[in-house]
Structure formats: structure tokens, C-alpha cells
Design a binder for this molecule. Structure first.
Ligand code: G16
Length: 541
């Protein structure tokens, strides 16, 4: 390590005094002006992680669903997964080390993680469309370079595209070509193969309105359009040319407010969807003829995919072990439907795709979705090999055809992480193959009425949780109060947890009827608190 160069470069990316940041649900997030040193240091860390794993590591500059003024960084591990939790601690140590301790901290990390400093380091870098992202990605480049690492700057990409190219690179092309063109070609080929078999194929165009949250999704979807078949017409709204990123639009806004985004004109029964700021989440929605808004969130997306997979597995005669992974935010109605009607095992884990992804890896087929629309499907290597073999060699025509559909689905799904573009194509293909309208999809089950609220408090870390974040262990007495309220109402559930991406506490409540729900004082307290942050402080402390 060239400590002189390190000192010189680090001085160009100084850490603001007394600033401490935590590695959160998906990396670091903060106001963009506080992040220059974090980016430089994550460049350093990515170079070390690359040496430790002997693989290319990804660094994505984005704050996803957060406001345009924020920024953040997500680190991508060799197979496209989120950074391994054992390194999150190193990331926090490095981000918070005072200038004079930086060298010592780096040396300690190298020792603890047995990093061979003679090895090559390779880092792929991407960024979203925030005004601050270009400069911050330059800070990442400085960090990689000062440790003698090689980098490839992909520039403007969606987060899932960066995950994808990292995986392609480290599997030496087995997963695909590590280029955006490779991504567009692989996905569009699989999509075309799938929809060719749909009953309505050749009978006109499918229209879909997409709110791109004024973010990167609009750019990348436009780039992909020439690769898509002309039967599918995507109409891009909120493309970032007029309005601010994530402002009154995008998947998070639509999910939290349960209303349409600004800037998208909806006609009754038209299928619409929203991406988030870095295009790793998607939710669908429509308004009915009476003008009522219907949200189709991650839970219903997981349900649609699970139904389709189950049918295909039955057709090919395979008993592969399939499960759905959810978080505490999953609507109780979706869990009941999956377990009782579909007979698919459901597992609940902590918020954050890293937790869902990890759990999903335990099954032949793991379908994971957060209610907020972040999710994908994982196929074990063995399951994938079985399916590809059947698609090639199976003598029974019906079984072979079903296996081919599964094979194309595997190629269409971005298995590295939730991907709004890939998920959208998967959903469109399934709806088309099954001949389902958005209304019929929505009617699989009825969501329990629910509200998700954010409350600002003095110190959100006073809340600690257990049982996949469904119960609060601190502050004392809080859980008992929630229990006392919840037990009065049928099918009611409520929990609080500190966000790992914003300086807020999230409060979720649901019950069997709206009447019950409005009586749920947990939600009432939260509603009051959002408009009066002082009262929220006194309540939560
Ligand atoms: C990130 C994570 C998601 C998580 C979301 C909210 O999403 O990747 O898994 O659900 O944050 O997390 P929290 O409730 O802790 O703030 P994104 O789309 O912002 O990267």
C-alpha cells in the first residue's frame, strides 16, 4: 500500500468532523454533500474486497427511493449479491475513521479479512441520474485507483444492471455478456420466446404505462425499446426531463400513499406501473370504472409468479422445492393466500433484499419480494440444470414445452437482485401467457386495509426489534402497548422499526376491515405524530 499517495488522495476527500454514518439496509445513505469521503473510502474497500475474493466487485452510486438531494452507495459482491454482512462492519469502520486513523483502519481490515495485497483488484462502477452522482463516482474511482485497482466505469446504469454485469464478469460470461447490450439482448430474447406462445399472440399490441420516477429507469428503458418486440408498447412517463427524481412519483411514493403518481394520466382498467429511483423496485396499479385506485404490490407480484411457476412445475412433473420469502410488511392476506390456497411455504425475514436473497437460496426455487416491490426469483444450480435438460431432451411434447417456458423465464429473470425492468417483462409475459387482465390478477385475494407511515424521532435507534422485526424489544413498554391495541381487532397486526435508509421510524398497521383499521390507535398515534414530530418524540421515547 502506498501510504503517501493514500494520505494525499484522502486529503482531497476529507471526512467532515464528528460525522458518523452507519451502513444501513442497503449501504450508506445521507445528504449528498456529506458523502464524498464515504465514496472515496468505499472505493478503497471495494479494491480490498476484490483482492479478498479474487473477483470483480461493484460500486453503485445511488440513493434509490430517497429524495434527489440525498445520495448513497451500494456495494455488489462477486455473484451480484449485496455486500456480505461480515464486510458491512468494515465498511462502517472505514467510513467513520478519522483522517489520521485511515491507514491503521485499512491495515486492520486487511489483517482481519486476510487480504493479499499483491493480488489484482477490479471494480465496476455505476451511478444513477442524481446531479451529485457523477462527482461522487469520481471519488469512488480515486479510492480504487490509489490502491492500485483497475476500474470500469459503466456510467449511468440501473442498480440491477450493475449487479448483472458484475455477475457476468465473475462467471466468465456464463450468466451473460458483461455489457448493457448483453443485458438487453438476453432479456429481450427470453421475453420474445415467452410471449410467442401466448394465446393472444399476433392479435394487436399490449400497452403499458410506466412511471420511471424521473430516474435512470427512463433512460435505460428507452435504450432497451428497440430490442423489444413491437407487440409490446411501453409508454414512459416521468422521464426526468421536467421534474425532480422521486418527487410525488415512483414505486415508493405509490406504495406508501396508495395513490397514482403525478404526471401519469390513467384511464379506467389501464395497466400501469412505477419504478423507483434506481429501477430495482416495481409496483403495478390501475383505477377501476368507479375511479377507485387499486395497488398491486410486491406481494401480489410474488403471488402471480408463484402461481405460474407452480403450474409449470406440475406440467413438467417436477417436485422442486419452492418457497416464498416475505418481510413483516407483507399483507397478511397475501401470506394466507400463499400458504392456504396455493399451499406454498412462506418465510418471513428482516427488511432488506440481502436477507430475502439469502433465505431464498435455501430452496430449489425461492421467490422473494418485499411488499414495496423489490424482489426476484432464485433457481438453484441443480434446479436450473434439471429444467434445461428437460427443455432439451424430454420426449413428452407438453412436458418439454413447459420446461422451455421455465427455461426462458430463468433467462428473463435477473437472479442477482430485484430488477424493475426484468420483473416488468416477467409480469407482462405471465399476464399475456395466462390471458389475465390486471383486474383478474388483482382479484386473486383482497389485501387487508393497511397503512405504512414514517415518523421522525430524535433517535430512531432507541427502537430495537426481534422476530424478523415484528416485535419491539426496546424501548420498554412499547410492544406491550401495541399488543394491547392489536388484540382487540380481528386479523390485526402492527409493528414499528427504525428505517435503515432514512432518518425515520416506520410504522405499519393492518386489520380485517377499514373500520377496525381506523380504530387501531397505533396508526392513529402515528398519523398525529407525522404532522407533529414533537408528539411523536414523546410517544416513542
Ligand atoms: C432499500 C432496500 C430494501 C428496503 C428499502 C427500505 O431499498 O434495498 O430492501 O426495503 O431500502 O428499507 P428501510 O425500511 O430500512 O428504509 P432501496 O430501493 O431504497 O434501495
Amino acid at each position: 500500500m502506498d501510504f503517501e499517495a493514500l494520505k494525499k488522495y484522502s486529503a482531497l476527500h476529507p471526512k467532515p468532523a464528528r460525522l458518523t454514518l452507519q451502513y444501513g439496509t442497503a449501504g450508506f445513505r445521507s445528504k449528498a454533500e456529506q458523502l464524498d469521503h464515504v465514496m472515496f473510502r468505499m472505493g478503497l474497500l471495494a479494491a480490498l474486497r476484490s483482492r479478498a475474493t479474487g473477483s470483480t466487485i461493484g460500486v453503485m452510486v445511488t440513493a434509490s427511493h430517497n429524495p434527489e438531494e440525498d445520495n448513497g452507495v451500494k456495494l455488489v459482491d462477486p455473484l451480484g449479491e449485496m455486500l456480505h454482512p461480515s464486510w458491512e462492519e468494515y465498511a462502517t469502520q472505514l467510513a467513520n475513521a478519522e483522517e489520521q486513523d485511515l491507514q491503521k483502519t485499512l491495515t486492520e481490515i486487511c489483517q482481519k479479512a486476510a487480504v493479499n495485497q499483491q493480488k489484482d483488484a477490479s471494480v465496476f462502477i455505476g451511478r444513477d441520474t442524481r446531479p451529485s452522482s457523477k462527482k461522487l463516482s469520481q471519488a469512488v474511482i480515486d479510492g480504487v485507483s490509489v490502491l492500485g485497482g483497475q476500474y470500469h466505469d459503466y456510467g449511468l446504469v440501473t442498480t440491477p444492471q450493475l449487479h448483472y454485469v458484475v455477475c457476468c464478469q465473475n462467471t466468465r460470461g456464463q450468466y451473460g455478456k458483461p455489457t448493457l447490450e448483453g443485458y438487453y439482448q438476453k432479456l429481450s430474447k427470453a421475453f420474445m420466446e415467452l410471449i410467442k406462445k401466448s394465446p393472444g399472440s399476433g392479435e394487436g399490441q399490449r400497452h403499458l404505462k410506466i412511471d420511471c420516477a424521473n430516474g435512470i429507469g427512463a433512460l435505460k428503458l428507452s435504450e432497451m425499446q428497440p430490442y423489444l418486440p413491437k407487440e409490446v408498447l411501453v409508454h414512459i412517463y416521468n422521464d426526468g426531463t421536467k421534474e425532480k427524481l422521486n418527487h410525488l412519483c415512483g414505486a415508493d411514493f405509490v406504495k406508501v400513499h396508495q395513490k397514482p403518481p403525478k404526471g401519469l394520466d390513467m384511464k379506467p382498467n389501464e395497466r400501469c406501473c412505477s419504478f423507483d429511483g434506481d429501477a430495482d423496485r416495481i409496483v403495478y396499479y390501475y383505477t377501476d370504472t368507479a375511479g377507485h385506485f387499486h395497488l398491486i404490490d410486491g406481494d401480489k407480484i410474488a403471488t402471480l409468479i408463484s402461481i405460474f411457476l407452480k403450474e409449470l412445475l406440475a406440467k413438467v412433473g417436477q417436485t422442486l422445492k419452492m418457497a416464498v420469502i416475505q418481510t413483516a410488511y407483507a399483507n397478511g392476506s397475501s401470506t394466507r393466500y400463499l400458504e392456504e390456497t396455493l399451499q406454498v411455504p412462506v418465510h418471513c425475514v428482516k427488511t432488506g433484499v440481502k436477507h430475502l436473497h439469502h433465505k431464498a437460496q435455501e430452496f430449489d426455487i425461492g421467490v422473494y419480494f418485499e411488499a414495496n416491490g423489490h424482489g426476484t426469483v432464485l433457481f438453484s444450480k441443480a434446479a436450473e440444470n434439471t429444467i434445461r435438460q428437460l427443455a432439451k431432451d424430454e420426449k413428452d411434447d407438453a412436458k418439454r414445452e413447459a420446461a422451455k417456458v421455465l427455461e426462458n423465464l430463468i433467462d428473463l429473470i435477473n437472479q442477482t437482485v430485484g430488477d424493475a425492468i426484468s420483473d416488468m417483462l416477467v409480469i407482462e409475459a405471465i399476464l399475456s401467457l395466462k390471458g389475465l387482465t390486471v383486474h383478474q390478477w388483482d382479484a386473486f385475494y383482497t389485501d387487508f386495509p393497511n397503512r405504512l407511515l414514517k415518523v421522525q424521532v430524535a433517535d430512531r435507534q432507541v427502537i430495537d426489534t426481534t422476530d424478523a422485526e415484528r416485535r419491539a424489544v426496546t424501548p420498554p413498554g412499547l410492544q406491550e402497548k401495541i399488543d394491547a391495541l392489536v388484540k382487540k381487532y380481528k386479523f390485526s397486526r402492527a409493528f414499528v422499526r427504525p428505517s435503515g435508509t432514512e432518518d425515520v421510524v416506520r410504522i405499519y398497521a393492518e386489520a380485517d376491515t377499514i373500520k377496525t383499521y381506523v380504530n387501531l390507535k397505533v396508526a392513529n398515534i402515528a398519523t398525529q405524530s407525522s404532522s407533529n414530530s414533537h408528539s411523536s418524540r414523546s410517544h416513542l421515547h
